[in-house]
Design a protein around this ligand. Structure first.
Ligand SMILES: [Zn+2]
Ligand SMILES: [Zn+2]
Length: 143
């Protein structure tokens, strides 16, 4: 397997297992890279796809954080800042070219905290609405 370097530290990433998924992480800054489709299985179990919901109607955020290059693309590809579930509070880096997501240290915990809060609110929570909208958008559900 090709050596993948951290987009922040330029240091070799190491693999670990989380919920039976192989994840590469940076031992220095503790960021993680998730392949397309890996966010759902590592986050708290939720009806629908939070990954689809996040990228179906992406909120592009201009954060006071530097743009990083995708660690998996063979050529330097800038990643986009995307608000998790269209929110501005949790900002993920997403590669449009290969679909990987970069999570900075503790962003997975922030996602899971948010998911726990949303799962505890009513059935008409913004989360359900957003996931439904995303499924309609992708033709997975018709109203
Ligand atoms: Zn790093
Ligand atoms: Zn990429």
């Amino acid at each position: 397997m090709k050596q993948i370097n951290c987009p922040h530290c330029d240091q070799g990433l190491q693999a670990y297992q989380h919920n039976d998924i192989d994840i590469e992480y940076c031992p220095s800054c503790k960021g993680v890279v998730l392949d397309e489709g890996e966010l759902d299985p590592v986050a708290i179990e939720t009806a629908g796809s939070i990954e689809y919901s996040t990228f179906a109607s992406p909120t592009i955020v201009t954060e006071n954080k530097q743009t990083i290059s995708c660690p998996k693309c063979p050529t330097l590809t800038p990643m986009q800042k995307v608000g998790f579930l269209g929110d501005q509070t949790i900002v993920l880096d997403h590669c449009d070219a290969c679909g990987v997501i970069w999570l900075d240290y503790q962003e997975l915990e922030q996602i899971n905290t948010k998911m726990t809060q949303l799962n505890q609110s009513s059935t008409t929570s913004p989360l359900s609405v957003r996931i439904l909208n995303a499924m309609v958008y992708f033709g997975l559900y018709s109203v």
